[in-house]
Design a protein around this ligand. Structure first.
Ligand code: WTA
Length: 655
């Protein structure tokens, strides 16, 4: 990682927008930056005006740091904005092009989607779901997942989507925390040719969730092909999605909600062992989504837009569902893995559906690089006109590969920095205006005040520090579900009234931002956030483990992988030593069972002690040095410096 950062900071290639792209771009006048800065509220109000409101707001912003309200007094509905308002002009336009992993293709028009959402919304109402109630969604990437989200929004219910790769315990914790009333799931989903038994996992979770009254299940495959335990329905609790839809009326007037009505909660990892439910509300969030979708992706009516994220992540919320659908786009969604059945699946999809805008993550790009350029070369991808990247810093090498092999040196690349908490993209090039530099997310979006600050909150003009956002923006999180203190402590207490991102960054002489990764105890594994404490809790939950310390290590594809140092309980040591490889596998599997495969450690090292300061804090910095094979940093504050030396020796032997 440090080599990569050094490479980043000496990067001096620059790619200005081509004149043809600039000529047709949705925004091409650089003056919009200063215009937005001179009247930020007016700038955002202009975007809010591009949504449909049932009642207009009377005030744009109320800011009582750290609490913001946007478009106060306004009433609207997110599903109305994503569906109803397009029916006149775009009723027959395809809203979703879906590909299942085995190869099925469905095209769903705005009219069809509106009908299904209305019906399912009525179905939810029949189950007793009211405005403000939480509904958990645990599904593969199938059109019904989008229907479920929009149906919640239609009746003012709050969705809480849980990524289908999470374990039953992770699902259970999230349902319990949100006190969800209904769970929407599917029998199964596909992943690399395998079936993921979602219903079975959901059953295990719901067994401990007294708040759940009903479970709605989508039949993913013909019943004859489903496994028995994914078909088992609990009488009185479970019902089939297709039956709910069949029995429901297709007229469901949208529930007009207050601009600050909660639209969803989405759990993300932080610095404690427990993921937190990030709260987003309706008016400001949608405003941020449409502004960025239109300008960053240069989205036009005729585009075929594909963001490869799953709806289990914020990228799927803002840039698969709410942004593009609120703008009436044609959106591609794909259920499965990029290398199934072959490593050219993505390029095949781009060719088949004539995708023009493609948005993916650096971890995927690094995998494509490894698989080789013969795969994209075998496909006609001339429909592409813009590429995006999100989720982690993109190394210049991957950026150049993307530019050359996917973008044919023709497509601008937008490297977009943002977070679950920010709701929408905050740092990004505007493709018709800003020359890009490989590895830099470039500049704050107009109307966003981003700064580099030092520990004490002093502004760093050129150089490194913490990335901070110094004034409120419409799509910012409104809180952490059920934990107002943590909201203040986590984001707003480093410097009062200023949003602390948890990311380190540098600004260069041209004012460009270069993101350097997390500065807290969050690891970004393949673009997914995992808390070190979460993995540590999962490890000490294993009967043999007394103590664990987890750090991030460089990984060719994932960017960062997980390394764990564990102390085995004395009583269990003999068993652990007998077959170390088997023991390591068992621990890895345990973490997978507790959290999900994304948290599976790359490497586990059994140790008899951990380096600690005299006050008893584990020195992760040293563990990182050991795990990365670097020279050891300062050990003077260590209680027992010998611990580190012996650990280092062991780790090097095993690597
Ligand atoms: C990282 C994903 C560098 C960052 C949208 C942030 C990035 C975390 C970029 C949020 C980028 C996201 N360049 N780093 N373009 N985009 N990150 O909440 O560390 O899943 O804090 O939201 O991902 O991850 P989250």
């Amino acid at each position: 990682m440090s080599d990569q950062i050094d490479a980043l900071l000496t990067e001096n290639r620059e790619f200005p927008p081509s004149s043809s792209f600039r000529k047709n771009a949705n925004v091409s006048d650089p003056a919009i930056y200063s215009k937005a800065k001179s009247d930020r509220e007016r700038f955002w109000e202009g975007w809010a005006e591009q949504l449909d409101w049932q009642t207009k707001w009377d005030r744009v912003l109320e800011w009582n740091p750290p609490h913001a309200k946007w478009f106060i007094g306004g009433k609207l509905n997110a599903s109305y904005n994503c569906l109803d308002r397009h029916l006149d002009k775009r009723g027959d336009k395809v809203a979703l092009i879906w590909e299942g992993e085995p190869g099925e293709v469905k095209r769903i028009t705005y009219r069809d989607l509106h009908r299904d959402v209305s019906k399912f919304a009525n179905g939810l109402k029949k189950l007793g779901v009211h405005s403000g109630d939480r509904v958990a969604i645990y599904m593969p990437l199938i059109p019904e997942a989008v229907v479920a989200m929009l149906a919640c929004a239609r009746i003012g219910a709050v969705h809480s989507v849980v990524f289908g790769g999470f374990s039953s315990e992770a699902l259970r914790d999230r349902i319990q925390d949100a006190e969800a009333k209904v769970l929407i799931t599917a029998t199964s989903g596909y992943r690399r040719g395998n079936l993921v038994p979602l219903k079975k996992v959901a059953d295990a979770a719901v067994a401990d969730c007294p708040s759940i009254t009903d479970v709605v299940v989508v039949m993913r495959r013909p019943a004859a092909e489903e496994a028995d335990d994914t078909l088992r329905m609990q009488t009185g609790r479970d019902r089939w999605y297709h039956e709910v839809l069949h029995d429901a009326d297709d007229n469901c007037p949208p529930e007009w909600v207050d601009s600050e009505h909660m639209l969803y909660t989405l759990y993300t990892s932080g610095t404690t062992g427990k993921p937190k439910g990030i709260v987003h509300t309706t008016g400001g969030y949608l405003t941020g989504c449409i502004a960025t979708t239109k300008w960053v992706f240069d989205l036009k009516d005729e585009d075929v837009y594909w963001c490869t994220a799953d709806i289990g992540w914020v990228t799927g919320h803002s840039y698969v569902v709410y942004g593009p659908l609120a703008l009436g786009a044609t959106v591609v969604i794909y259920e499965g893995a990029p290398d199934w059945p072959k490593q050219d699946r993505f390029w095949e999809i781009i060719e088949r559906h004539k995708v023009s805008i493609f948005y993916t993550a650096p971890t995927a790009i690094r995998a494509f690089m490894k698989w080789g350029e013969q795969h994209p070369q075998a496909h006609d991808m001339s429909s592409l006109r813009l590429l995006g990247s999100v989720g982690e810093p993109i190394n210049p090498e991957a950026w150049m590969w993307y530019h050359k092999n996917i973008g044919a040196e023709r497509c601008p690349i937008v490297d977009t920095w943002w977070q679950t908490e920010t709701g929408a993209i905050l740092i990004t090039p505007l493709p018709g205006i800003v020359p890009t530099k490989p590895g830099s997310a470039t500049k704050a979006f107009p109307g966003i005040d981003a700064e580099i600050l030092d520990e004490r909150g002093n502004r760093v003009e050129v150089g490194g520090g913490y990335l901070a956002i110094t004034s409120p923006w419409p799509s910012m999180l409104r809180g952490i579900w059920g934990d107002p203190d943590r909201f203040v402590k986590q984001y707003w207490s480093k410097w009062p009234g200023i949003y602390f991102t948890g990311d380190g960054a540098k600004r260069d002489e041209d004012g460009y931002f270069w993101l350097l990764g997390r500065v807290d105890d969050v690891i970004n594994v393949a673009g997914h956030r995992i808390g070190t404490m979460e993995v540590e809790s999962a490890l000490v939950d294993h009967q043999s483990i007394a103590e664990a310390a987890v750090v991030g290590i460089s990984h060719d594809i994932k960017g960062t992988g997980i390394a764990a140092f564990v102390i085995v309980k004395e009583s269990q040591r003999a068993a652990a030593i007998k077959d170390p490889a088997k023991f390591e596998q068992e621990l890895k599997q345990h973490v997978t069972d507790k959290i999900g495969a994304i948290a599976r450690p790359e490497k586990i090292l059994v140790t008899i002690d951990l380096p600690k300061t005299r006050s008893g804090k584990i020195m992760r910095r040293l563990l990182r040095d050991i795990a990365e094979g670097r020279a050891l940093g300062d050990v003077t504050t260590l209680a027992d410096p010998a611990v580190v030396a012996s650990l280092k020796e062991r780790y090097e032997e095993e690597s």
